[in-house]
Design a protein. Structure first.
Length: 326
């Protein structure tokens, strides 16, 4: 029988399927588990189901003498020292693909609410400050027929582009690799370099992974390249944007606004961000569609079960550990 530790209470009933394989323990507190707490328990665990916020570094992996699998309840896995896990031939699994539509939907929720000042309007009305219709009340830029720039054109970026077609938008994209022409034609996407995208887009939406190359991809210079009427949307990873530079740009009117679901030092916000009226901030909920989150639980449960039963998991991040001779 195995010991399986889950670092946060998860929705649905899928976790109960693991009880047939051993003891399932769920971290009891409604907050992120600390590295110290993880170090206390990891030595006795055969499997960890972790969150993107959990620091699964080389020290923690080394302390997990019995570990057979780490399952990240997320698409991303930059919180895990993949090099150390691979060295130990420890499979790391994640939950790809399933978040695509939920995240694309939420990108549009952020874009629309930022552009049309939905949050400001909601607060004004709740406070009893709405005194009747006025010609200049909460004017904001329209979306239909404007230009959308996508930085990152994987599944989520393409899903956002698909939705943009309904708004008759011109769609620029910048990606590590250019998409096949048939995909570009189908989605009406135009490949361009980053500078041209920033200069020409009314809305810039981030959908790239966090890597050493993409940290601070959007910094002061990039923000200065954007239109003063432009809006930046980030549902990717917080450190892709230099949050300090963004706050300055929003204060100075370098850009019009921003919609942020992720933050550089999550969950902490840089000083001054929360006080800005021209930014919509949400608590990392782009994937929080009920159906999506339930499917994510099923995926990690399925892959943890596979590994513990001697089978190859479906969503393996470091597949090289299964190659012959590795």
């Amino acid at each position: 029988m195995y010991n399986i530790y889950v670092t946060r209470k998860l929705p649905g009933e899928a976790l109960k399927k693991l009880e047939a394989l051993g003891t399932v323990t769920v971290y009891p507190n409604d907050r992120n588990i600390t590295k110290g707490e993880l170090l206390e328990i990891v030595g006795d665990q055969d499997a960890l189901i972790t969150m993107l916020s959990d620091p699964i570094d080389a020290d923690l992996i080394a302390a997990g003498k019995r570990l057979k699998v780490i399952a990240n309840y997320a698409v991303g896995f930059n919180n895990i020292c993949l090099e150390e896990a691979t060295k130990k031939r420890l499979p790391v699994v994640n939950t790809p693909d399933v978040l695509t539509n939920a995240t694309a939907d939420f990108t549009w929720a952020l874009l629309m609410s930022t552009a049309r000042r939905v949050v400001e309007g909601d607060l004004l009305t709740r406070r009893g400050q709405f005194e009747g219709w006025a010609p200049e009340l909460l004017l904001g830029p329209e979306v239909y027929g404007k230009t959308l720039g996508l930085i990152g054109a994987g599944r989520i970026g393409q899903a956002v582009a698909q939705r943009a077609r309904g708004f008759k938008m011109r769609i620029f994209y910048h990606n590590r690799r250019r998409l096949p022409k048939r995909v570009e034609d189908n989605l009406g996407m135009e490949y361009t370099d980053l500078k041209a995208l920033l200069e020409g887009s009314d809305y810039v939406s981030l959908h790239c992974p966090l890597t050493p190359e993409t940290k601070y991809l959007i910094d002061e210079e990039e923000l200065n390249s954007m239109k003063p009427t432009a809006i930046l949307i980030n549902t990717a990873r917080g450190p892709v944007v230099n949050e300090t530079a963004l706050i300055k740009a929003l204060k100075r009117g370098t850009i019009l606004g921003a919609g942020l679901d992720v933050f550089e030092d999550e969950p902490v916000l840089k000083p001054g961000l929360a006080q800005l009226p021209n930014v919509v901030i949400t608590p990392h909920i782009a994937s929080a569609g009920r159906e999506t989150r339930l499917k994510m639980v099923e995926m990690v449960v399925s892959d943890v079960s596979a590994v513990l039963q001697g089978r190859r998991p479906r969503n393996i991040v470091n597949p090289e550990i299964y190659k012959e001779g590795s």
